[in-house]
Structure formats: C-alpha cells, structure tokens
Write a protein that binds this ligand. Structure first.
Ligand code: HEM
Length: 418
C-alpha cells in the first residue's frame, strides 16, 4: 500500500496489489526511488549492509549495480562458477543418500540453505565455511535474524518524527542494531579469511568488490536465502501435488536417460521444471513486498496524487494471487504457464519474484540457475515421502515473517534413492 505522508490530506491511497497499478508505480517510481527511513538509523553501524540494500539511488550504488550485473552476476560468471555448484550439489546428494539408506527424514530447509551458503560463499570468497568459525549453523541463524528484524515493520516507518522512540521501547531498534553489528563482524571475518586464503590467482567476488572504494558483500544475504526459500517451497508444493511431482520427475529422468550428471544444457530442456518454479514464485514469492521505495517527487497514479516522502510497497504476493489475473489463484498449477509467455524477469507485472525497474534483482540469472540446478538434482536422484505417520493435509504451509518469507517450520521429507 501507499503510506501517506503525515498530515497530508486528500483521498486514500490506492492499494498497489494489482499488476497494472504495480506497472505504473514501478515505472514512475524508477525516476524517484530511494530508501526506507527506519533503516537509515543504524546505517553508521554498517558500512557493509544497509548502504547497499537500502541506500539512496546515488552514483555509487549505480556503479555497484552496473558492476554486479556485468561482472558478478553475468551469464559468463554464472557458468564460471558451475564447477562449484557441481561439487556442492554432489556433497548434498551424498548426505541425502545416507538418510535414504537409513530411511530417515532430511531437513530440506536446512540443506537448501546450507547448499546456497556454500556455493555463494565459495564463489564470493573463494573458500568454504566448513571447518571455520563461520559454520553453517551460525550463518543460518545470522541470516534468519537479519531478515526477521530488518524486514519487520517499525513505528519509524509510519511516524518518521517520533516513531524511533516506540522502536526503542519495543526493543526492535536494539535487535536491529545487534543484527547489523553481527553482520559486520561476519563480513570482517570473511575478509580476513579471504586475505589468508591461497586462491591460485583465481579472482572471486571479493576481489572484484574490493576494486570499488569499499567492500560490499550484502548481495550475499539476498542471494542465499531467496534461492533456498524457493527450493523449499517448490518441494513442499510438489509433495502436496503428486501429479505435478510425477510429471516433473518423469521429465527430468527422460531427459537424463542413462546419464548421471545433470548439465546446464540438460536444464535448458526441462520446460516443466521451469513452469514448476514459476508457479512456486507466483504463490510464494520470496520477497513479498519487494524493496520498499520512497517517492522523491510528486506523481499521479490511477487519479491519485502521490506526495514526496510517501513510502511505496508493491505487494508482489497479492499480485501473484489476484483472481482478476489468475484462474484458481490458490491452486498449484504449473501448466498455467504453458500457453503464455509470462516470465519472471520483471517485464510481466503479474509475476514479480525479482521485482522490476531499476532496483530489479541483479542476481536474477544466478538465482534462477541455482534453483533449477538444485531442484533438478534432488528430483532426479530421489523420490520423496512424508515422514512416518504424516499425511499431506498435515503439512504446515505457514509463512515466516520478515523481509523474505520462507516456510515457518522446516520442511522434513524422507528420500528414497531412485
Ligand atoms: C530465487 C532467487 C532470488 C529472488 C527471488 C530474488 C528476489 C529479489 C527481489 C524481489 C529484490 C527486490 C527487487 C525490487 O524491489 O524491485 C531483490 C534485490 C536484490 N537481489 Fe535478489 N533475488 C534472488 C537471488 C539473488 C542472487 C543470487 C543475488 C546475488 C548473487 C541477488 C542479489 C540481489 C541484490 C544485490 C538486490 C538489491 C538490488 C537493489 O536494491 O537495487 N539476488 N532480489
């Protein structure tokens, strides 16, 4: 919704939850985008984190974005890190095989997060967490907390002048500051480890980032949780929809024939898998309100004048479930993407998992390939069952609160080796 500036008079603001309104808002907004005021507070604490995700759209950020898109997240770079993905997915398959041989459940929420942590951190820092102080458990906690506290609504968003007092009293401000401090400490450690790592002259993300005036590594936060969240929701929806599960597994297994290692070329042929992922994004878009924007000069939308300082939230979650756009919006039906060209790249405003406009996710290609590759392997190598005594109706599809929205409770499934 549009949040109107304090003391402003006039008609109520229009809800931005239809794809048409979002299209207008995001297009106009491109000229005026900025940041979220409540997060400007702890900014001095974090030269790493808040600057990058929520900074005004200044020249520095433009340069960083340009570099991200051209160098870090380009198709070329995504192909360069494919060996890292191969290795980490193989490790994941091996641990899941162990559970399969014992018939015990696997915590897929954890496994997918760990997979993404390992791939992104190896790609970014040229090293693995395993055996360091930054093991997956503490990183998992750090990420979850960061998204919970930084994404939660705060009084200072609604009352820019005095809201911070409420945030102090409720403890939200303190928890946010702690979260930001922990992230800074984490990045410090990563930079230290990076300095001491022998990387055989291969340039990684941090080398590239260090070429800028200061190191920005927060891209990692966005990268890691969103891909893992998508993979977990996709598996949960497939478990609830055995027909779609069977169809996607047949597609992958037919494509693979006698081969055992999935390549990027194989992935390109998996059209139904791509539809399954789009349908997952439609129902469970990982960042439901996108990155909040602040309007910097007046503009009109649907006959409403939107004032400077207005905070703009685009409800991509509601757009994905809008009955005006989608038939049977609550149903998981990957086939709905068969007869149309709707993609998730920010041009079709019915489906905005990566946002749109100038702040569109620069890691879109990397995120998509990570999700496709991870899921294809898990679905190719294993069949999946619910834990003993559990029925499909018992599956808990509740969402967790925060900037990104995953499953509230971890997804546990029993693998059966194919
Ligand atoms: C399935 C995977 C992913 C999803 C669904 C996703 C989604 C999003 C969304 C919705 C936004 C906000 C866009 C807007 O408000 O218009 C965003 C921003 C961002 N994403 Fe992603 N993302 C994913 C993966 C990644 C990856 C792999 C990276 C980096 C390697 C990344 C880096 C970023 C960055 C740096 C921003 C901030 C852009 C800005 O503020 O200008 N994301 N992402």
């Amino acid at each position: 919704a549009f949040k109107r500036k304090k003391q402003q008079r006039g008609p109520p603001s229009p809800p931005v939850s239809s794809s048409e309104t979002a299209k207008q808002a995001l297009k106009i907004h491109d000229l005026h985008c900025c940041s979220r005021p409540s997060l400007a507070g702890p900014r001095e604490l974090s030269y790493n984190y808040l600057d990058i995700v929520f900074s005004p759209y200044d020249d520095y950020w433009k340069e960083l974005r340009r570099m991200c898109v051209q160098e870090l997240f380009s198709a070329k770079r995504v192909h360069l890190i494919q060996p890292i993905k191969d290795e980490e997915v193989k490790k994941l398959i091996d641990t899941v095989k162990e559970s399969a041989s014992q018939g015990s459940p696997v915590n897929l929420s954890e496994k997918f997060l760990a997979l993404n942590v390992s791939v992104i951190c190896k790609a970014a820092f040229g090293l693995s967490f395993q055996g360091t102080v930054l093991n997956n458990d503490s990183f998992d906690k750090l990420i979850r907390e960061a998204f919970l506290f930084l994404g939660s609504f705060s009084a200072s968003d609604f009352f820019p002048n005095g809201g911070w007092i409420i945030d102090r009293l409720t403890g939200l401000q303190g928890r946010r500051e702690k979260s930001v401090r922990d992230l800074d400490a984490f990045y410090e450690q990563m930079f230290d480890l990076h300095k001491h790592e022998n990387k055989d002259g291969v340039e990684d993300f941090v080398d590239l980032l260090l070429r800028l005036e200061k190191g920005e590594t927060n891209v990692l936060l966005g990268a890691i949780s969103t891909s893992a969240i998508t993979m977990t929701w996709a598996m949960a929806e497939l478990m609830r929809n055995p027909r779609a599960m069977k169809k996607v597994q047949s597609e992958i297994r037919n494509q693979m024939g006698n081969k055992s290692v999935i390549t990027l070329d194989d992935i390109e042929q998996l059209h139904y898998l791509k539809m399954v992922i789009k349908e997952t994004w439609r129902l469970h878009t990982p960042a439901p309100l996108l990155v909040p924007r602040e309007v910097m000069s007046e503009f009109e939308i649907n006959g409403y004048m939107i004032q400077p300082k207005t905070l703009l939230y685009v409800n991509a979650w509601a757009i994905g479930r809008d009955p005006e756009t989608w038939k049977d919006p609550e149903m998981f039906l990957p086939e709905r993407f068969m007869d149309n060209n709707i993609d998730a790249k920010g041009q079709n405003f019915e489906l905005l998992p990566f946002g749109s406009g100038r702040r569109i996710c620069p890691g879109m290609y990397m995120g998509t390939t990570m999700v496709e590759f991870g899921l294809a392997n898990m679905l190719f190598q294993f069949d999946w069952k619910l834990p003993e005594g559990m029925k499909v109706e018992d599956m808990d599809m509740e969402e967790s609160p925060g900037l990104t929205v995953g499953m509230k409770n971890d997804l546990l499934l029993v693998p059966v080796k194919y």
